[in-house]
Write a new protein. Structure first.
Length: 618
């Protein structure tokens, strides 16, 4: 099997090889290979002397057919020079052929409507629909059965063959499988299967591709991705939320490097070029196509608009106003159930920028993240005065019971659950996620609406801060097990997706609900009330908020900051909880600034940024 069979299979063995369906249906005990009972007796086949090994049962190889039923080869299989030979009759009949033995020509002859295959024994060629083709192995007798190369026979039948090392499985797909693409992406669970099917059909209309969308809920998505990669059980397109995660995998052996192919797809090439720092890895390879996102649609507070309306409150614009609104959500019964059982802000935390609370630091630092560029230098805002003000604000809302008490230990799913159970009035999420959350919540609580806050100011006279994203929400990686032909079909489809603005209006509208899956590059909503705030975000702009360190960090630099980041994070949490006084932050900041490893990292980042800027200017 040329797609990577382990060396320990390179001998014949008596294990069974199964041809199963996508649903792994009923096992059909096949009659085995081509019986040659009428063949005159001759010398003992030299193939019988090949050494036999028996692999562990749990590693017995399988062949998976995308169709009902399974089939066994009780005589065993032959693996020679990385090629798998199997009994001819069992395989060809499973592929839908009527199989005969031509004694005079000593050939296996298989026919079905629209095609024929002939395999002369002891030759390395076969006839495919009347035309001779060279095979990578010789058809032969093993005992009294004719054996033929599995991959050649399947591909001659216009099927795709894929080897899965993790469970010793050979996947043989149906003749039109090059038109079928399965996509796994992280998205809110508000889309029902029936709607997904409608969206898939609308997407297929672009290029005739049959798209199968598998939406996985956002919580624990990365963990599920890790499991799929570890098991080598991946779809045709897999969304990797953080492209830099790919640095930690054996990328070149797992996913296609798409860089050499992009020259044929100008829209994709442009999308990758605009986000080069985010999607190009250290080896220069491009192992995914970005799922485009509006640069002003990062995680930022979304607020219960219906609660504001019920309490007669205006959309908050400053951090003090936001704290006052959250106080009202706690004490003024915004859901109207007669109980004080609602919360101002639900969140989870993370050592990476405080997780769901990172936006608080960003507002007080007028930044889009930890690092900003000021006067041509990279500045770490975590050590800026604004971070201390952010901690003071967070400590205040926590002490007043406005922030979920368990935020330091809660995960994103638990934090979101409070919002989806009608218990919290503010949660950080993207605009797309806010719209999906509204759809889900309003089905259980009539009139419930999450509206993204357009911008926030640390003070009334301070700059308006909007969320900033990378311009994408992950990349779609394509497993290396796919053939180049199929990869090109996928890229052609994605090229058409990026060009959908040229379609008639009705067709564009039908495709719009797909944007949470595949990315849109802008914020697209069916809610007219979001048009004005979104236009305001775009007018304010995010250029000054973009992270200047993208593509500059290496594993070595990240490792040097590990202890420092841990100390900063733990100090932040303790100050928010009231376990440390606010002034302790100044002490820790001064210690970090004097840390040689920290100084080294910041110097290297600035040197790299200057070199990158110089190269771009040439």
């Amino acid at each position: 099997m040329s797609s990577g069979m382990s060396n320990k299979w390179k001998k014949t063995n008596k294990q069974r090889v199964l041809l199963t369906g996508a649903a792994l249906a009923v096992l059909l005990q096949a009659g085995g290979g081509m019986a040659l009972a009428d063949t005159p007796a001759g010398p003992v086949s030299p193939w019988e002397s090949i050494p036999v090994i028996t692999p562990p049962e749990q590693y017995a190889p399988f062949t998976v057919m995308e169709g009902p039923g399974t089939i066994a080869f009780p005589q065993g299989v032959v693996v020679e020079q990385d090629m798998l030979l199997v009994p001819a009759r069992a395989l060809l009949e499973r592929l839908g052929y009527k199989v005969e033995w031509d004694e005079q020509a000593r050939s296996v002859v298989a026919r079905k409507t629209g095609g024929s295959l002939t395999f002369p024994l002891d030759h390395n060629y076969a006839s495919v629909n009347g035309a001779a083709q060279t095979m990578p192995a010789v058809s032969r007798l093993v005992g009294d059965s004719a054996y033929i190369p599995l991959r050649f026979a399947a591909e001659a039948d216009n099927r795709e063959v894929v080897w899965r090392e993790y469970n010793k499985t050979i996947v043989v797909r149906e003749p039109d499988s090059l038109l079928h693409v399965r996509v796994v992406a992280a998205i809110d669970k508000s889309f029902e299967s029936e709607q997904q099917e409608r969206l898939a059909k609308a997407a297929g209309a672009l290029t005739g591709l049959h798209l199968k969308l598998d939406a996985m809920p956002l919580p624990n998505y990365q963990q599920k991705v890790n499991l799929m990669i570890a098991a080598n059980d991946m779809p045709d397109m897999l969304l990797i939320p953080d492209p830099f995660f790919l640095q930690k995998t054996l990328t070149s052996s797992v996913f296609w490097n798409l860089a050499p192919l992009l020259k044929d797809y100008p829209r994709l090439r442009e999308a990758v070029s605009e986000l080069e720092a985010e999607v190009t890895l250290d080896d220069g390879g491009v192992y995914g196509i970005p799922r485009l996102q509006n640069k002003a649609d990062g995680a930022f507070p979304a607020i219960r608009q219906d609660w504001l309306d019920r309490l007669g409150l205006a959309m908050p614009r400053t951090m003090d106003e936001l704290a006052q609104v959250m106080q009202a959500f706690v004490v003024k019964d915004p859901d109207g159930n007669g109980k004080h059982d609602t919360l101002g802000l639900t969140a989870s935390s993370s050592p990476i920028g405080l997780g769901d609370l990172a936006w608080v630091e960003n507002v007080f630092n007028s930044s889009g993240g930890r690092y900003v560029s000021r006067s041509g230098r990279i500045v770490d805002t975590w050590l800026e005065p604004g971070t201390k003000e952010a901690l003071k604000w967070l400590n205040g809302i926590y002490a007043n019971g406005l922030l979920s008490k368990d935020f330091p230990v809660a995960n994103a799913d638990q934090a979101r659950r409070l919002a989806m159970e009608n218990k919290a009035g503010v949660i950080a999420m993207t605009g797309q996620a806010a719209e999906a959350a509204t759809m889900e919540l309003s089905s259980a609580y009539k009139g419930a609406v999450f509206t993204p806050i357009p911008y926030l100011q640390a003070k009334a006279d301070g700059p308006r801060v909007v969320p900033a994203s990378l311009g994408h929400s992950g990349v779609f990686a394509i497993p290396k097990a796919l053939s180049e032909a199929k990869v090109r079909r996928i890229l052609a489809w994605m090229e058409a997706w990026l060009g959908r603005s040229e379609l008639p209006a009705a067709e564009r509208e039908a495709l719009k609900p797909l944007e949470p899956y595949l990315g849109g590059g802008g914020f697209h909503s069916t809610r007219t009330d979001l048009e004005a705030p979104w236009q305001l975000r775009e007018e304010i702009g995010t250029e000054s908020l973009q992270d200047p360190t993208l593509g500059l960090f290496t594993n070595e630099l990240s490792a040097k900051l590990a202890d420092t980041n841990k100390k900063l994070y733990e100090t932040k949490i303790k100050i928010i909880l009231g376990a440390l006084p606010l002034d302790q932050w100044d002490i820790v900041v001064n210690e970090v600034k004097q840390n040689p490893d920290y100084q080294s990292v910041m110097n290297q980042l600035n040197e790299k940024a200057a070199k990158k800027a110089g190269g771009a200017a040439q």
